[in-house]
Design a protein around this ligand. Structure first.
Ligand SMILES: [Zn+2]
Length: 267
C-alpha cells in the first residue's frame, strides 16, 4: 500500500507543478498537456431516472506529467506515419485525440513480451466496497487485451512491484467517477500511469458492479493513451453511456499503436 500512495502523491505533485508551468509559459494556445490537465468537469446534468447512463462516468481527461526516460527513440518515418493515418483513420476518433495534444501520438512501447504489471487494490474499508470490485476492474483490463494492441497486462499481488496501481476512492470532489494519471517521456512514450476508481458518485450514491467495470474500462482507455471523444456510443465519451468498447474505440486504439509516438505533422 505504501509505495503506490507515495507514487500517486508524487505524480499529483509533479502534475500540479507542471500545470502551473504550462499556465505561465503558454498563455494563449492551450498546449496538449495543459488541455489534458484541464479538469473542467463535463456538465453533469442529472439524468432522468430510467434513462440514466450506466456509469455516468464523466471524468476529467487524462492528467499528464512529463519525465525523461531511458526508452529508445522511436523509429519515425513521417511519410509512412501519414500514410497509415490516412488509410486507417476512417471509423476512429484519432483526429479528436491529436487535436487535444498538438498532433502528437501517445502510446506505450511494445509491452507484449514484458506485460505491464497491474496491481488492483484487493480490499478497502471504504463504505460500499464489495469484494467483487477488484474482479470487475481486472475484467476491464482483460477486455482491452482482446483489442489487439501490443500491450499486455499481468496482475500482481505486490503493490511495490507494479507499473500501474488501481486504487479505490470514496468519491471525487467533482462530478467524476474515475481518474487516470499518466506520465510520458520526451518522445511521447507513455512511461507510467495510475488509476483511481470511485465507489460513489459525487452526490454520495453508490456505484454498482457494472458501473465499476465500465468506469475501469474507460480509465484503461486513458492508460493506453486514448482521450475523450464526442462519440457517445464509445467507451471514451466523457460521459459514458455504453457498457463495452465500440468498434470505434477498438479501431482507434489499434491505429495509435500502428504508428510511433510523437508528432504526426512534423518530422
Ligand atoms: Zn475520461
Amino acid at each position: 500500500m505504501k509505495r503506490p500512495v507515495v507514487f500517486l502523491v508524487l505524480l499529483v505533485a509533479a502534475m500540479a507543478v507542471f500545470i502551473v508551468v504550462q499556465a505561465r509559459s503558454i498563455p494563449r494556445r492551450a498546449s496538449p498537456a495543459a488541455s489534458r490537465a484541464d479538469t473542467t468537469p463535463t456538465a453533469s446534468a442529472p439524468s432522468a431516472p430510467g434513462a440514466a447512463p450506466v456509469a455516468a462516468s464523466a471524468d476529467s481527461t487524462g492528467l499528464v506529467s512529463i519525465r525523461a526516460s531511458a526508452q529508445p527513440a522511436p523509429k519515425r518515418d513521417l511519410a509512412e506515419i501519414q500514410r497509415r493515418l490516412a488509410d486507417g483513420e476512417r471509423g476512429t476518433y484519432i483526429r479528436e485525440l491529436l487535436l487535444q495534444r498538438d498532433d502528437n501520438n501517445t502510446r506505450w512501447p511494445d509491452r507484449q513480451a514484458e506485460p505491464l504489471r497491474i496491481w488492483i487494490q484487493p480490499s478497502s474499508t471504504l463504505a460500499d466496497f464489495h469484494g467483487s470490485y477488484p474482479v470487475r476492474a481486472r475484467e476491464a483490463f482483460e477486455r482491452w487485451m482482446r483489442v489487439g494492441v501490443p500491450v499486455a497486462f499481468t496482475f500482481v499481488v505486490d503493490s511495490a512491484s507494479c507499473d500501474i496501481p488501481v486504487t479505490w476512492v470514496d468519491k471525487f470532489e467533482m462530478p467524476i467517477t474515475g481518474r487516470t494519471l499518466w506520465t510520458r517521456d520526451q518522445y511521447w512514450w507513455i512511461v507510467g500511469s495510475s488509476v483511481e476508481v470511485a465507489l460513489h458518485h459525487q452526490s454520495g450514491a453508490a456505484l454498482d458492479p457494472l458501473a465499476i467495470y465500465v468506469i475501469t474500462l474507460h480509465e484503461v482507455g486513458h492508460v493506453l493513451g486514448l482521450d475523450h471523444t464526442q462519440d457517445d456510443r464509445s467507451i471514451m465519451a466523457a460521459r459514458v453511456r455504453v457498457t463495452d468498447l465500440s468498434d470505434v474505440d477498438e479501431h482507434t486504439a489499434q491505429l495509435i499503436y500502428s504508428i510511433p509516438p510523437g508528432s504526426v505533422s512534423k518530422p
